[in-house]
Write a protein that binds this ligand. Structure first.
Ligand code: BDR
Ligand code: CA
Length: 308
């Protein structure tokens, strides 16, 4: 049976790759896609979701939601993702359905499928926390939640200690982490172990399919900014790993940990604080991904995107 998923995202170049991977994975049934504020404003993210579905000529669009802006805004995200969020590709858009409220759509979708929904969150957690504030029991009514976010034992990417998705709305992240939901966290520690190179892109381009065409328009911007800001050849695809964690969990190793979020620190706002002590006094609240089979993931991605 297909796994029913809600994707909450802020496309965003790597969010777009995550969507392509999810849409190209027959194991998943995407029952809703919601846009959160993050890389771009939520209304831009919403339109970018529509642009991607339209580009793929996707037949049956799932219900789409739009949330409120994240608690913070930083101009840096537009440098990384382009002013349109999709690498300045300015993809055309002819059809925009009316957006539904993201938290309400999340709640309704879960109510219709109790115990069966996985949420894949690749953005600040504003919409998920919004749903929990309206109905705390959704934490137990979902099957699980896969979150791309945090930096456990590595430096942050927005500040010395904070990763972007958590930094943008630390209070929301804290509420989600402590909600009792079954969580798998994909932090920078593992997402930065995977580097997608121009050679990988070239292999997908050989297929001449719509996913390849989309990647050719958005990924070169990422190559440029990663060379400039990260000093690497190629780019990270953080959010795509969150989809792979749901579809191919065997590519990852996890560790049970208690992780909380610093919401107010003068220097550490948005830091994910994991209890790594040998004799910790805390009860683990999530599975943290600690290892990835980077080659295996890249092969899996190339294969899936070449067929889409
Ligand atoms: C996260 O930040 C965003 O810019 C990316 O889309 C990803 O979700 C990585 O820190
Ligand atoms: Ca994202």
């Amino acid at each position: 049976m297909k796994k029913k998923v809600i994707i909450d995202c802020d496309p965003g170049i790597d969010d777009a790759v995550a969507l392509l991977l999810a849409l190209g994975s027959a194991e998943l049934e995407i029952v809703a896609i919601t846009a959160a504020g993050g890389n771009i404003a939520p209304e831009v993210g919403f339109k970018n979701i529509c642009r991607i579905l339209e580009h793929l000529q996707h037949k049956k669009w799932p219900p789409l939601g739009q949330g409120l802006p994240a608690a913070a805004q930083i101009p840096g995200a537009q440098e990384i993702h382009g002013s349109d969020g999709l690498g300045n590709s300015h993809l055309p858009l002819t059809k925009t359905p009316a957006p539904r409220s993201a938290p309400e759509l999340i709640i309704k979708t879960i109510e219709r499928n109790p115990g069966q929904i996985s949420i894949i969150a690749t953005a600040p957690l504003t919409n998920i926390a919004g749903a929990l504030r309206l109905k705390a029991s959704v934490a137990e009514e979902i099957e699980d939640l896969v979150i791309m976010g945090g930096a456990i034992e590595v430096a942050g990417n927005v500040s010395p200690r904070a990763e972007f998705n958590i930094f943008m709305n630390p209070q929301a992240a804290r509420e989600v982490f402590l909600s009792g939901a079954k969580i798998t966290l994909l932090p920078l520690d593992v997402t930065q172990k995977v580097i997608f190179t121009p050679e990988h892109l070239e292999r997908i381009r050989q297929s001449e399919g719509p996913a390849a065409a989309l990647l050719s328009r958005i990924i070169p911007h990422s190559f440029k900014t990663h060379a400039q800001f990260e000093g690497i050849r190629g780019c990270y695809l953080h959010d795509a790993l969150a989809v792979a964690a749901r579809v191919r969990p065997s590519l990852f190793k996890t560790r049970r940990l208690f992780v909380d979020v610093e919401t107010r620190g003068e220097l550490t706002r948005g830091m994910t604080v994991a209890d790594l002590r040998h004799r910790s006094r805390t009860q683990p609240n999530m599975d943290v991904v600690v290892e990835v089979d980077a080659e295996g993931f890249l092969e899996f991605l190339i294969q899936r995107l070449s067929l889409s």
